[in-house]
Design a protein. Structure first.
Length: 242
């Protein structure tokens, strides 16, 4: 690959910025100063340094975002801010995309990556990946609802797989419930529709986990961090190159 692309991919700056670094003789390839952005390098074999630091090439990048309300889970949109707008330049340069979608008013865990194979595996209906949500509900959820969720809620267009419903709190006076539910699918508005099928309404929805990946509660809404090595190790269950 071209040396300037490699440097951009390593987060050294924009194409223009890395050109300047090269001109200033801050970059070496296998010990030799290189000044041409067009120099071809082998990212897996050559040792490249910038300002005296050896650079490691990242093919894939992984971002954990605590999605806030009001942004959409897409890479571009004409009228709304997207989750990509919340990330950094590296995410844009590496062309990351969200793994699945959360509604505009849903908050919580969203993984963004440029690893298509991982996204495919995590979203595959065949893999039955558990997604845990916490929902504030208008109405009182009951033991009957737990049973109905476990049996498989019937929606207009499909029957949901058995889902686990846990009632954390009910407030008879306010007529509200706080629940956690685990679903294995990811159909459009699925949680809201399942709760609606039981005659109640989701008023706020937050995703807490997807498979082995758990939302880092120290991330404020709208904040992100790269996945840690331990989180990447947990994603090895999907059996794809990471
Ligand atoms: N189910 C929903 O209804 N909305 C989401 O954003 C995610 C799951």
């Amino acid at each position: 690959m071209r040396l300037d692309k490699f440097l951009v991919d390593c987060g050294m700056g924009s194409r223009t910025q890395v050109k300047t670094l090269l001109k200033k003789k801050r970059v070496t390839v296998n010990g030799q100063i290189e000044t041409s952005p067009k120099t071809q390098i082998n990212e897996n074999k050559d040792e490249i340094t910038c300002a005296g630091q050896v650079l490691g090439y990242e093919k894939f990048v992984y971002y954990m975002l605590n999605k806030p309300e009001g942004v959409i889970s897409a890479t571009e949109d004409k009228s709304h801010r997207t989750v990509i707008d919340l990330l950094d330049q590296t995410a844009i340069d590496k062309e990351v995309f969200p793994v699945g979608r959360l509604d505009i008013d849903t908050t919580g865990l969203l993984l963004l990556t440029n690893n298509g194979q991982l996204a495919h595996a995590m979203l595959s209906p065949k893999k039955h990946v558990d997604k845990l949500y916490e929902a504030q509900v208008a109405g009182i959820m009951t033991a009957d609802d737990i049973e109905a969720f476990a049996a498989g809620i019937e929606l207009k267009d499909f029957i949901c797989q058995p889902a686990d419903l846990e009632i954390l709190k009910t407030d008879q006076e306010a007529n509200t419930s706080l629940v956690r539910l685990t679903i294995k699918e990811g159909k459009f508005h699925q949680v809201k529709r399942m709760v609606a099928a039981r005659g109640k309404e989701v008023t706020t929805l937050k995703r807490l986990s997807v498979g082995p990946l758990v939302l880092d509660e120290s991330l404020a809404k709208g904040s992100w961090r790269r996945l840690r090595d331990s989180e990447l190790a947990a994603l090895q269950i999907f059996d794809v190159e990471l």
